[in-house]
Design a protein around this ligand. Structure first.
Ligand code: COS
Length: 379
């Protein structure tokens, strides 16, 4: 993959930061499930929270390739930090930067880029998971305000977000995915409650919680984009989000592969390093090959998006391949480490648990196959 000087520089910066600041805490915050506020703020100082924010609003305004490189490097060491960064940039900042009015951008983007507060996205509900059009949360116009009622679940960054993009049905008569709109909802609005953080299998330090909205009254100019176009907006948002999750998964796979390869060269059994046994060598070969394929798909999706071309299909392929690869590679890494891999002494069991999220969040592997299949079969 051909990177320009800026991309190489930002990748090195993310790598150095991850090695110096995240490696020492990744196991601990996984165990305690504590949100790493201090290091997330530091990522703000480095510009990582403003990657999707244009420079005029305090961000870096980077290309998608640079953005994915940062996500990959951070996730290589700590999946929870990678996911926090990904949700903030691609689900929170991107829709406002892309679809927001000048006023909305001025109000919400600078604090997000600096790390003063995070942004995120509230789409999923108990009846609207894979069927994203099943949104039951409502928004009713009241003079120059909207009043929102409903609930959301699995919402990333919600306890630390200054505002969330919330989807709600604005036309109760409209069927399916129609009649849904998107709103920017400041989290300090009365009636807006972030419930208890979920206790998860993996990505344990990232913040995931349900939300309740009870007569949440927001000014009409917090409508994002056009009324009734919400479904398309969040499909577009998720197209980009899938690149982010592909990069998270790629990072986890690279991280676990590195640990397994190094271990295999040091660990001796039957009088020689286990890497000298073909059983291990072939496992490493398969892991490296799958990682390379995921990398090519992920950065090709980035290239298409950067070039302003259609990238949704490639993003779904990248997300599918990289997530499944992360599961394959982390599983094999545990196998190579044997008993040690099964303990918390090594990071591969954490990476295995973190990787599982990638096959579920922002569209399951099955949804990616649906998206890919539909496009392939289109006339
Ligand atoms: N970009 C822009 N518009 C899109 C789009 C995209 N990627 N995908 C679909 N649309 C548009 C369609 O063109 C269609 O527009 P019209 O009504 O004007 O024709 C509309 O959106 C509805 O599309 P479709 O009929 O394909 O919607 P479905 O209800 O069949 O749902 C899937 C499609 C399953 C692909 C969608 O619901 C999905 O991605 N679900 C997974 C959601 C998800 O990832 N949830 C996890 C969130 S974690 S943050």
């Amino acid at each position: 993959m051909q990177l320009n000087e800026n991309q190489k520089m930002i990748r090195q910066m993310a790598r150095d930061f991850a090695n110096a600041k995240l490696a020492p805490i990744a196991a601990k915050i996984d165990e305690t499930a504590e949100f790493p506020e201090a290091t997330v703020k530091e990522m703000g100082g480095l510009g990582f929270l403003g990657l999707a924010v244009p420079e005029e609003f305090g961000g870096v305004g980077s290309d998608i390739t640079s953005y994915a490189l940062v996500i990959e490097e951070v996730s290589r060491v700590c999946g929870s930090h990678g996911l926090t960064l990904a949700a903030h940039n691609s689900l929170g900042c991107w829709p406002i930067a892309e679809l927001g009015t000048q006023e909305q951008k001025q109000k919400f983007l600078p604090p997000a880029a600096s790390g003063e507060s995070l942004l995120s996205f509230g789409l999923t509900e108990s009846e609207a998971g894979s069927d994203a059009g099943g949104t039951r949360t409502t928004a009713v116009r009241d003079g120059d305000h909207w009043i929102l009622n409903g609930s959301k679940m699995w919402i990333t960054n919600s306890h630390y977000a200054g505002a969330l993009i919330i989807t709600a049905k604005t036309d109760p008569e409209a069927k399916g995915s129609h009649g849904i709109s998107a709103f920017i909802v400041p989290t300090d609005t009365p009636g807006f409650t972030v419930e208890k953080k979920e206790d998860k299998l993996g990505m344990r330090a990232s913040d995931t919680a349900p939300l309740t909205l009870e007569d949440v009254r927001i000014p009409s100019d917090y409508l994002l984009g056009k009324e009734g176009e919400g479904f398309k907006y969040f499909m577009m948002t998720l197209d980009g989000g899938r690149i982010s999750i592909a990069a998270v998964a790629l990072g986890l796979a690279v991280g676990a592969y590195g640990v397994a390869r190094d271990y295999s060269k040091e660990r001796e059994q039957f009088g020689r390093p286990i890497s000298k046994f073909q059983a291990i060598e072939f496992m490493l070969a398969d892991m490296a090959t799958q990682i390379e394929a995921s990398r090519l798909l992920t950065y090709e999706a980035c290239r298409l998006k950067d070039a302003g071309e259609d990238f949704g299909q490639m993003a779904a392929m990248a997300k599918l391949h990289a997530s499944e690869t992360a599961m394959f590679v982390t599983d094999k890494a545990i196998q190579i480490l044997g008993g040690y891999g099964f303990t918390r002494e090594y990071p591969v069991e954490r990476m295995y648990r973190d990787a599982k999220l990638c096959t579920i969040g922002e569209g399951t592997s099955e949804i990616q196959r649906m998206v890919i299949g539909r496009t392939e079969l289109k006339d």
